[in-house]
Design a protein. Structure first.
Length: 302
């Protein structure tokens, strides 16, 4: 059997998720900063749990892996509820312990194993960048607050809103989230935002407008956000795929330390959408993919 936990019971799964301590999503869902659902095999004493971060398109599978009845229920949930919402988008399955990897084929189709990097910034002395000194003439940094989000005529504001709307609600972001935008004229050229937050941990996401990339602006914005994290005694986390070289370079340039490499499974309905996603994230990844054997990484129609 499988049961969806009501909000007041969600803390019952915390011990099961200790193996995924480097992720913030499950705790953010429990704290109601993030829209999500948690399913278990037993409400009071769960041995297996499956959590869905609804807007983030990420799932988390933990605990005892040999419960066939629970596993079948999760598989049905994925097929009937999660996949139909993906359209051509991808989703990510996190799992712990590693033995779950032997069961993944039960849950997914068109899945591929992948490695993700987790980097963190625990000590402000690690900061290598003076972002104020890097500020180009004619640019300004503005906080993402209610007044900012209501402005009209700003290019890329819709992309900033996509990150904000990943939160459980607009008000949740304003109360518990944080973000900064780099403005030039009427263009948001770069933005760095809390993607999730739980307790004193936060995950950050950084994006830069295509026309302004490779100019050090992502580095500038990330360092500016770290100043805020330091002032609030927050520990920021940075997650990215192994192939996102530019993201890793920026993180380490600022002073983030690589803490772990962890396995996930990506799945996506169509192989060509997967390839497009990879190339959009990092055009230079094509060469790496070719060297590794691109045929092994493209999804086949099933």
């Amino acid at each position: 059997m499988i049961y969806r936990l009501e909000k007041e019971k969600r803390k019952n799964v915390l011990s099961l998720y200790e193996g995924l301590h480097f992720t913030v999503a499950v705790n953010a869902i429990i704290e109601e900063n993030r829209s999500g659902e948690i399913y278990v095999d037993n409400v009071e004493k769960p041995r297996s749990a499956f959590t869905v971060d609804i807007k983030g398109r990420e799932c988390y599978l933990v605990g005892f892996s040999e419960n066939d009845e629970f596993n079948s229920s999760v598989q049905k949930l994925i097929v009937e509820k999660i996949i139909p919402t993906l359209n051509s988008e991808f989703s990510v399955l996190h799992f712990f312990p590693d033995i779950w990897a032997e069961k993944i084929h039960v849950f997914l189709r068109n899945e591929r194993p992948w490695k993700r990097y987790m980097l963190w910034f625990k000590n402000f002395k690690w900061l290598k960048i003076n972002w104020q000194a890097l500020m180009p003439a004619g640019f300004s940094v503005e906080r993402i607050d209610e007044a900012f989000l209501r402005r009209v005529g700003l290019k890329n504001l819709d992309n900033v809103l996509k990150v904000v709307l990943n939160w459980n609600s607009f008000n949740d972001f304003l109360m518990n989230g944080y973000g900064l935008c780099l403005i030039h004229g009427n263009v948001i050229v770069s933005w760095c935002v809390f993607n999730r937050r739980a307790g004193n941990k936060c995950e950050i996401v950084i994006m830069t407008d295509e026309k302004h990339r490779n100019a050090g602006l992502a580095t500038l914005m990330s360092a500016a956000l770290l100043d805020y994290c330091h002032s609030k005694n927050l520990t920021p986390f940075w997650h990215c795929s192994r192939e996102n070289f530019s993201s890793i370079v920026v993180a380490k340039k600022i002073g983030f330390k690589q803490a772990s490499v962890y396995p996930v499974y990506y799945w996506i309905p169509r192989w060509y959408t997967y390839l497009r996603w990879i190339l959009e994230k990092n055009p230079g990844a094509f060469v790496s993919l070719a060297h590794r054997g691109i045929q092994r990484l493209l999804f086949k129609h099933k």
